[in-house]
Ligand binder design. Structure first.
Ligand SMILES: [Ca+2]
Ligand SMILES: [Ca+2]
Ligand SMILES: [Ca+2]
Length: 430
């Protein structure tokens, strides 16, 4: 699909009316709490993906001429916070694969990975990048993070005073001597793009960062997993949670796993600790249903784990993003399922899903959207009125005709988190 040429001018004219229009929509959404869903799909014959969502916006990348003629891979950000969706769309030349998006005062932080430059041998391989975007100014500043080997950005979390934590993984020296294979890194930046500190952590095997979340006290939780090798062959994966304080000190590390792979994918802090959600290919916290299952565990410190749960269907489940809704005491979890025996039949391949979980992290009900091809939800954000923005990837025609390869999609959803529970209780009364 090509950009609607009136989009940006329209946004300028509408100005604050757009914002108030959006708030009104959100309030109506909250009052009604009826199921509300609208979705979009953007694509070209080349590859597109949307991996990140923030309230009112999604971000991803295109390898084709999505909104303008392209050279290589470009990041894009699409704002969905007007009464007419996708009223503002932007290509971000020079930024490549975007993985994480975070709203901040006056704008957004966006992070991803870009290829090396042939001119600079120190930058011959990929690096992480972090950019600050503000309104119509677009990119206000951008920084590149990484050593001379391969580095990738994966997650953002808010830091004090409008700053941001950037987290990812890379090989060799990033902020200190490499521990072997891939290591995890985290760096704190202030709102002006100045790096305050950077830290590196890892085992002698490959360590991968998947998620970051604020700890509520100025620090940051990180999650990911380490390969477990035997005779240089990967046999399993072991999870980790790291807790860094605001000045860069590593407060604690929790590592865990069994013979089953333990692959944390997302996390969110709640009172007194952090909930970690991930995937396992065995019986980690309960019976294994098959393929990959979802697990959730509450980590309170370097050794204390409570209330581990596991659930899934007979085939693969994936989880990528979680939001804690304190007012409803429930989690929203975005991912995908290939199972016909979990939340009803799939359309085929993976179907995208958003699952509502109670405060014990067990599923109450789920929204599923899919095509006979592979569909997956990667980014998730919640607004103040209970509305959700979801970002994902589809190989099919989810909200529009597939343009070729994978396309990016986004959805704006609103439903009552208690709907499933109410249905269940009605059934019990009958
Ligand atoms: Ca390592
Ligand atoms: Ca499963
Ligand atoms: Ca495509």
């Amino acid at each position: 699909m090509q950009e609607r040429p009136t989009g940006l001018g329209r946004a300028r004219r509408l100005g604050w009316a757009v914002v108030f229009g959006f708030l009104a929509t959100a309030m109506v959404c909250a009052e009604a709490f009826g199921a509300y869903e609208t979705g979009w799909q953007w694509g070209t014959p080349a590859w597109e993906a949307a991996f990140a969502a923030a309230p009112g916006a999604v971000a991803g990348w295109t390898a084709g001429d999505l909104f303008a003629p392209a050279e290589g891979v470009d990041a894009f950000m699409i704002r969905l916070d007007g009464p007419e969706p996708q009223f503002w769309r932007s290509r971000l030349p020079g930024l490549e694969r975007a993985y994480a998006l975070l709203p901040t005062t006056g704008g957004y932080y966006l992070a991803g990975t870009k290829g090396g430059t042939a001119e600079d041998p120190m930058r011959a391989q990929t690096d992480a990048w972090l950019a600050r975007l503000e309104g119509e100014a677009g990119i206000v500043w951008q920084v590149r993070v990484g050593g001379k080997l391969k580095d990738e950005a994966r997650a953002l979390a808010p830091a004090p005073e409008g700053g941001v934590y950037l987290a990812g993984h890379g090989e060799g020296r990033i902020f200190s001597a490499g521990n072997g294979g891939s290591d995890v890194f985290v760096a704190r930046f202030d709102a002006a793009g100045e790096r305050l500190w950077g830290a590196q952590w890892g085992t002698d095997d490959d360590d991968y960062l998947t998620a970051a979340a604020p700890d509520g006290a100025g620090g940051v939780y990180l999650a990911g997993y380490s390969d477990v090798d035997e005779d240089c062959r990967r046999v399993s994966e072991r999870g980790f949670v790291l807790h860094y304080g605001p000045t860069g000190e590593l407060a604690w590390v929790y590592r865990w796993g069994t013979d089953a792979a333990t692959r944390p994918e997302t996390l969110v802090a709640t009172a007194g600790g952090v909930w970690v959600f991930g995937e396992t290919d065995g019986a980690l916290y309960g019976p294994f249903a098959g393929g990959w299952d979802v697990f959730a565990v509450f980590v309170r410190g370097p050794a204390e784990v409570r209330r581990g749960v596991q659930w899934g269907g007979s085939r693969v489940e994936r989880v990528h993003a979680v939001v804690w809704d304190a007012s409803f005491r429930s989690f929203w979890l975005a991912g995908a399922t290939a199972s016909d025996d979990l939340f009803g039949q799939t359309e085929g391949g993976y179907d995208a899903m958003v699952v509502v979980l109670g405060d014990d992290a067990t599923p109450a009900w789920a929204w599923k959207r899919g095509t006979p091809a592979r569909d997956e939800a990667f980014g998730l954000a919640a607004g103040r009125e209970g509305e959700l923005w979801v970002a994902g990837v589809t190989y099919g025609s989810l909200y529009a005709s597939n343009a070729g390869q994978a396309d990016a999609w986004a959805a704006y959803l609103c439903f009552d988190p208690y709907a499933g529970a109410r249905e269940r209780s009605l059934k019990c009364e009958e």
